[in-house]
Design a protein around this ligand. Structure first.
Ligand SMILES: NC(=O)c1ccc[n+]([C@@H]2O[C@H](COP(=O)([O-])OP(=O)(O)OC[C@H]3O[C@@H](n4cnc5c(N)ncnc54)[C@H](OP(=O)(O)O)[C@@H]3O)[C@@H](O)[C@H]2O)c1
Length: 223
């Protein structure tokens, strides 16, 4: 079986690459820096060369979009917020564009996108990150509804905090290890659900907080 992982030089993507290789998969990884394992290709998902790099990968059974960035909003500089949208959302859309037609032609395949429980939040700290994940979850769920009848499953994985360089917040409740995150992803590979939210306790907290934060934002605007 062949897998493509976009964003596997570090974090969850790297841990998943190790696990898939150990289970006998052939793995090609596309990342900003070369992954230390598998068949690495160095490319920035926001660059003009990304579609070409994707085209060079060929047919795969599984595609996991694990590339992501999440910078805090700093003063009046919005470039990092734009970048979060480009990497987390548009990079995923470009990956789908390149990979899914081959899966549809074969009548089978599985796309997994690493979204986040932040998809339900309005964030004053990282608005670009939250917006990118809201868009990504919505896109993946819509694709799944459209493509599953044609044999291609699409899974949105909504993690809480995972212990990687991305989890910079000083408070990280219910944080899980990258290995635990990979356990969840491997279960997705086997069962192909439309959406997974993990850990459930964190999902319950953000499910409650999301509407509260939206109300607070509305109240602030109306003052
Ligand atoms: N960690 C968490 O708490 C958490 C929670 C929920 C969801 N997630 C999501 O899970 C995914 C993986 O995150 P992680 O925690 O594993 O983060 P990570 O350790 O920072 O890994 C992110 C990966 O994406 C790559 N990447 C970033 N920008 C790129 C670009 N422009 N072009 C190509 N590759 C790029 C990184 O390459 P470099 O090594 O060069 O930076 C790295 O391989 C992200 O989408 C993230 O939003 C993470």
């Amino acid at each position: 079986m062949r897998a493509l992982i976009v964003g596997n030089s570090d974090g969850i993507g790297l841990a998943l690459t190790h696990r898939l290789l150990a289970e006998g998969w052939q793995v090609t990884g596309l990342s900003r820096r070369a992954a230390p394992v598998g068949e690495p290709v160095v490319v920035d998902v926001t660059s003009a060369g990304f579609p070409e790099a994707l085209a060079g990968v060929g047919a795969v059974d599984l595609c996991v979009y694990a590339a992501g960035v999440g910078e805090l909003l700093g003063g009046d500089d919005f470039a990092a917020q734009t970048r979060a949208l480009e990497v987390n959302l548009l990079g995923a859309a470009r990956t789908v564009e390149a990979v899914v037609p081959g899966m549809l032609a074969a009548g089978r395949g599985h796309v997994i996108g690493l979204s986040s429980l932040a998809d339900a939040m309005i964030s004053a700290d990282a608005p670009g990150y939250a917006a990118s994940k809201a868009g990504l979850t919505s896109y993946l769920l819509g694709l799944d509804a459209a493509l599953r009848p044609r044999g291609v499953a699409v899974t949105a994985v909504r993690f809480g905090f995972v212990d990687t360089k991305m989890a910079k917040s000083p408070v990280t409740p219910f944080k899980i290890s990258p290995e635990r995150a990979v356990d969840v992803l491997m279960r997705c590979v086997r069962t192909r659900p439309a959406v997974v939210s993990y850990p459930r306790r964190m999902a319950a907290v953000t499910g409650t907080l999301g509407p509260l934060l939206r109300t607070a934002a509305r109240l602030r605007r109306s003052r």
